[in-house]
Write a protein that binds this ligand. Structure first.
Ligand code: HH2
Length: 287
């Protein structure tokens, strides 16, 4: 498919985002153990307040997650994941926010959509038929992400013959399955899954290949924020100290054609995007 067929908007339930300038998806992890911010917003009040701050800083979408998918993470019981995300999604969506639910479980995605979420962000790339059926039945946006293996083991010696081709072909195949069951193409975004079963070199190859991913015609989402590869490149061990590297990665991603970035540090990212937009003579979307 040619880039000219790229939809001009990303349709996510009641929200329709023009794709002329990048979208910032702010991360709200309602978890005790996320690699980047575990425990900081693990009760509903703290998570909702954090979401409000990210919106004020310029986030267009909030991605709410109740299970860490960091390398080596233990799976969370469904009931616990539901209890974590339910009140947070309900309150953020009721305030008019475009909420994305970051889950690999169809039951959790369904509950979040019922609570007002507008996007399902599935790090397993809609490989579960129940997730595919849910996407077909609802009018939400979907994020199809690539992961090699499972979070518990994905970083133990990931191997590809050609990481870019394999990731792109997987994403295209999953997007086509979704379209075949009735998910309109303007609801689908694709994501190479930085850090999900990838070495440093493989992550860099995927960032370099964003133009090839964008040429599929689907909007590309990139989540590089605070990830381990930035630590590997810079020697910065604490994820919360990787803000500058994360902003650089987000800017590089959008300069190469990504349309959505998933980030922890919204204010810093929005500031960088505002400068880039001004230099390019574009009007920034703003908060
Ligand atoms: N990365 C993480 C979680 N969800 N979703 C998409 N679409 N793309 C990503 O790159 C992505 C994602 C991991 O980051 P984080 O939420 O900060 O950590 P944890 O999984 O430990 O909660």
């Amino acid at each position: 498919m040619m880039a000219s067929m790229t939809p001009r908007t990303w349709r996510c339930g009641a929200f329709e985002f023009a794709l002329a300038s990048p979208l910032v998806m702010g991360i709200v992890n309602v978890t005790p153990d996320s690699f980047s911010d575990g425990g900081e917003h693990s009760d509903a009040d703290a998570a909702v307040a954090h979401g409000g701050r990210l919106l004020a800083e310029g986030a267009h979408i909030l991605d709410v997650g109740g299970e860490s998918t960091r390398p080596g993470a233990e799976p969370v019981a469904l009931a616990a994941e539901l209890a974590r995300i339910g009140p947070v999604v309900t309150r953020l969506a009721a305030a008019g926010t475009c909420v994305s639910i970051d889950t690999r479980h169809a039951e959790v995605a369904r509950a979040a959509l019922d609570a007002g979420a507008s996007i399902v962000n599935d790090v397993t790339g809609f490989t579960d038929l129940a997730m595919v059926g849910l996407a077909a039945a609802r009018d939400c946006g979907v994020v199809v992400m690539h992961m090699l293996g499972e979070p518990q083991t994905m970083q133990s010696d990931p191997r590809y013959d050609d990481v870019v081709t394999e990731v792109r072909d997987f994403l295209l195949a999953r997007a086509r399955v979704l379209e075949a069951v009735g998910v309109a193409r303007d609801r689908i975004a694709i994501d190479p899954g930085i850090g999900f079963g990838k070495t440093l070199e493989q992550n860099l190859a995927l960032l370099r290949a964003i133009p090839e991913l964008a040429a599929t015609g689907y909007p590309v989402l990139v989540g590089a924020s605070r990830k381990r590869f930035i630590g590997e490149l810079t020697g910065v061990t604490e994820p919360c100290d990787r803000v500058a590297g994360s902003v650089a990665a987000a800017l590089i991603a959008v300069e190469r054609g990504a349309l959505v970035v998933r980030v922890h540090d919204v204010a810093a990212t929005a500031q960088a995007f505002a400068v880039a937009a001004a230099v390019d003579g574009r009007k920034d979307r703003g908060a």
